[in-house]
Design a protein around this ligand. Structure first.
Ligand code: CP
Ligand code: NVA
Length: 306
């Protein structure tokens, strides 16, 4: 795992297939094994959007590893008063050992990584949510015992989660199908990147037909129809996205052993029904717990241990 020491994670494809598998393997070990970081390390959380899971799981992961966390809420720092990224980044690198950023533009994250010499982790941007997908793949691996050859179907908005899922599935040899309404497809650059990683080994399918996408699939996955920053579009999106709900009916088309995932927070009655999220095929709580284990493995891989 020495290969990840000191590295950034700005997008999921910053990891090679082997590095991704190693993070998942370490995450599995960390579920039952205590590990401490090399010395007292400090993680900064610079989040410009709301967060429950990512904020708390990163914080608890650092505490359990013997490190510390500073919550750099932009409202209580000079960031909200317009201090430029290049200045903030070059100051924070002198105090912190690692920085996790949640923001809107991927470009802003990349600027931080450019100006700060410490490792920078993408804790969600409009383009990607790589830490989420580490936990998702860990959950799928725990449920099925393997990843390669499985098929994951994402139904809903072609957003940050969909983008990172395409990359994650391609990296681990899973087929991925993304079913969105017309005009809400995932990022075309990431589709191309995922297809290049998948080569001719696995499928990266885009469709507007949720039933076709769900057929025989091992994993059904969804996320909110309007992401953070798109609140004003939420009402207009409701009728457009209604056919893209994960319901018991859609679930009957999937493999009988299929599991259902949702990165959370969920809107019951919109992208997923109450019956499905609370039903026997749902693994969303295990998935949420795995945020802690996966991010702990990521932190250990980047910061090193005793
Ligand atoms: N899934 C996820 O990232 O949740 P939060 O927005 O609560 O961090
Ligand atoms: N796509 C959602 C994910 C939340 C974890 C958003 O960006 O708001």
């Amino acid at each position: 795992m020495a290969a990840l020491i000191g590295r950034d994670l700005l997008g999921l494809a910053d990891l090679s297939p082997t590095e991704l598998q190693e993070v998942l393997q370490l995450a599995t070990q960390l579920k039952s094994k205590q590990l401490k970081l090399r010395c007292n390390k400090v993680l900064g959380l610079l989040f410009s959007k709301a967060s429950t899971r990512t904020r708390v799981s990163f914080t608890v992961a650092m505490y359990q590893l013997g490190g510390q966390v500073i919550d750099l809420n932009p409202n209580v720092t000079q960031v909200s008063r317009g201090e430029p990224v290049q200045d903030t980044a070059r100051v924070l690198e002198r105090y912190l050992d690692i920085l996790a950023i949640r923001t809107f533009a991927q470009q802003e994250l990349e600027s931080f990584a450019h100006y700060a010499k410490i490792p920078v982790i993408n804790a969600l941007t409009d383009l990607e949510h790589p830490c989420q997908i580490l936990a998702d793949l860990l959950t799928v691996q725990e449920c099925f015992g393997n990843l390669a050859g499985l098929t994951l179907t994402y139904v809903g908005d072609g957003n940050n989660v969909a983008n990172s899922l395409m990359l994650g599935c391609a990296l681990v040899g899973m087929n991925v199908r993304i079913a969105t309404p017309n005009g809400y497809e995932p990022d075309s650059g990431i589709v191309e990147q995922a297809r290049a990683i998948a080569g001719n080994k696995t499928e990266v399918l885009l469709t507007h037909d949720p039933e076709l996408a769900a057929k025989g699939s091992n994993v059904l996955y969804t996320d909110v129809w309007a992401s953070m920053g798109q609140e004003t579009e939420a009402d207009d999106r409701l009728p457009i996205f209604q056919p893209y709900q994960i319901s018991e009916q859609l679930l009957t088309l999937a493999d009988p052993e299929a599991i259902v995932l949702h990165c959370l927070p969920a809107h019951r009655g919109e992208e997923i029904t109450e019956a499905v999220i609370e039903g026997s095929r749902s693994r969303v709580w295990e998935q949420a717990e795995n945020r802690l284990h996966a991010q702990k493995a990521l932190l250990v891989s980047i910061l090193g241990t005793d």
